[in-house]
Unconditional design. Structure first.
Length: 182
């Protein structure tokens, strides 16, 4: 039932009220049975179910084959605040599948922060050994030759990866007047 409440996008408060209502309609005496209808009980069950489903997805989604890790940063409004924060969307693709791995919050737009977020995500998903390719935009924080995210990720993985710069951003480089000054 907890999964249905999540699919229906019910808040914990509404879920507790619904569960109590269902129990009453079905004639279940809540004082006698071990049916949990309190908000805190429902919240704990929801969290446990989400954790279980998350682990199942992590274990089954990328089972075999080479992977490409994609990331891109964007400033978005924080969930609890009005101010904007830097977010790094990290995706994994391979074997005809793609999956959102994380939307990490980071404090600076520098390559070190981006690389740390990507490497931590790869470690959490246990897919470090299978990543063969990186897809990224061509900002300096990603492509700088000493402290760019790409170089730092390769150092973390202790091997070279195929670099795929995003075509949209490659077009921006070609349009840049300094590109043609060789």
């Amino acid at each position: 039932m907890i999964g249905i409440l999540d699919k229906g996008k019910l808040t914990t408060r509404h879920a507790a009220a619904s569960a109590t209502g269902f129990a009453a309609v079905l004639g279940v005496d809540l004082n006698v049975t071990l049916c949990a209808t309190s908000r805190s009980s429902i919240q704990r069950k929801r969290q446990a179910l989400r954790k279980e489903l998350g682990e199942k997805i992590k274990n089954e989604f990328f089972s075999t084959g080479p992977l490409t890790v994609h990331w891109d940063g964007k400033q978005l409004r924080d969930i609890n605040e009005v101010r904007k924060v830097d977010r790094l969307t990290i995706l994994g693709t391979g074997c005809g599948k793609e999956h959102l791995l994380a939307v990490a919050k980071f404090h600076t737009g520098r390559g070190v922060s981006r690389a740390n977020a990507v490497c931590q995500t790869l470690k959490e998903w246990n897919i470090e050994e299978r990543v063969k390719c990186m897809n990224f935009d061509t900002t300096l924080s990603n492509s700088e030759i000493h402290q760019g995210a790409c170089v730092l990720i390769e150092e973390y993985l202790a091997r070279e990866l195929l670099h795929l710069a995003c075509r949209h951003h490659v077009d921006e480089i070609v349009r840049n007047e300094n590109f043609w000054e060789v």
